[in-house]
Design a protein around this ligand. Structure first.
Ligand SMILES: [Zn+2]
Length: 314
């Protein structure tokens, strides 16, 4: 709500309109689009229609929305993650992340530029520092900094920052049984895939006796093999075991390829160390009595795409 109010205020000021008028236009836009977009989304459209863009403006964290370019923000680093190295498609590199907060909210900042990352590595920028960002761009509720962005320590003092985690940002150390979550993290261990036999008709597990497979419903069948893939996922707060079934696996690799030892090994090598957005449901593993996540979606953080997008944003 606060986010929306600030946004309306900013649009009103930039356009020389009353706040109430901007609010009315937003409501009208939302109604016209059959309520398919959020109030914030409708406000963005109104802003664009009024010829207002948020580029080169100093914004509060709660005013940030996905898809903004050239934003300037000041915030205090409330969570600094270790610098990570990655190797993707022959490209070696490093990436750094931290969470900054101001009095309105907090957000993750992702650094791709070696000079920026160097500031963390040499201790120039550290936990609890107030930093200033210029020319950052936003995507997926994060601020990304390219070589064209500026990152430096700020002389500003931020006393009361909003450090409570934002609702949309979950972390492994806080997940609860039964929750569905979406978390960004890294694959830190990949186990050998396992296979089990299912009925080709109904997809249920089949029982085998002396090489004969029996489905409770369909009798003797020639079973299909299904894969299960387990890996360990680390989001910087905790590690957790993830379980992936066929449908999800096939988004990453054809399930058949997992039966080929060489292809399976190559896949494991490649998947290890990959940064992903993991969606899934938190379940309790009865055998080990710990929490694990059954994946419902795995989306790779596309390093190459991000870099090329950032490169084109001079
Ligand atoms: Zn069956």
């Amino acid at each position: 709500m606060q986010n929306y109010d600030l946004l309306i205020e900013r649009i009103a000021k930039s356009a020389g309109l009353e706040k109430e008028e901007v609010g009315r236009r937003v409501e009208a836009k939302k109604a016209k689009l059959s309520g398919l977009i959020s109030k914030e989304g409708a406000a963005q459209i109104i802003a664009a229609e009024l010829g207002i863009n948020f580029e080169d403006q100093d914004l509060k964290i709660s005013e940030l929305m996905s898809g903004m370019k050239r934003v300037n923000v000041i915030g205090k680093i409330i969570n600094l993650f270790p610098v990570r190295e990655y190797s993707k498609n022959g490209r070696e590199g490093k990436v750094a992340n931290f969470v900054i907060a101001d009095e309105t909210g907090n957000t993750r900042v992702v650094l791709w530029d070696v000079n920026h990352i160097g500031l963390i590595e040499d201790g120039t920028i550290k936990q609890d520092d107030v930093i200033e960002i210029k020319n950052g761009s936003t995507r997926d509720n994060e601020i990304h900094l390219s070589g064209f962005s500026e990152l430096k320590k700020s002389a500003e003092v931020l006393d009361s920052v909003k450090s409570e985690r934002m609702v949309s940002e979950e972390s492994l150390d806080k997940v609860l049984q039964g929750q569905s979550v979406r978390i960004r993290g890294v694959v830190v261990q990949v186990f050998q895939p396992r296979f089990y036999s299912v009925c080709p008709e109904c997809g249920k597990k089949v029982v085998s006796t002396d090489e004969v497979f029996n489905c409770g419903e369909h009798g003797v069948v020639v079973p299909k093999e299904r894969a299960i893939l387990n890996f360990v996922f680390d989001d910087g707060t905790e590690t957790m075991r993830i379980v992936m079934f066929s449908d999800q696996i096939s988004c990453l690799i054809p399930e058949e390829d997992l039966k080929d030892a060489e292809k399976a090994a190559a896949f494991r090598d490649d998947f290890l160390g990959t940064e992903i957005y993991l969606s899934g449901n938190v379940k309790r593993n009865q055998l080990f009595n710990n929490l694990e996540i059954v994946a419902s979606g795995v989306e790779k953080v596309d390093v190459d795409k991000l870099i090329s997008e950032l490169d084109s944003e001079k």
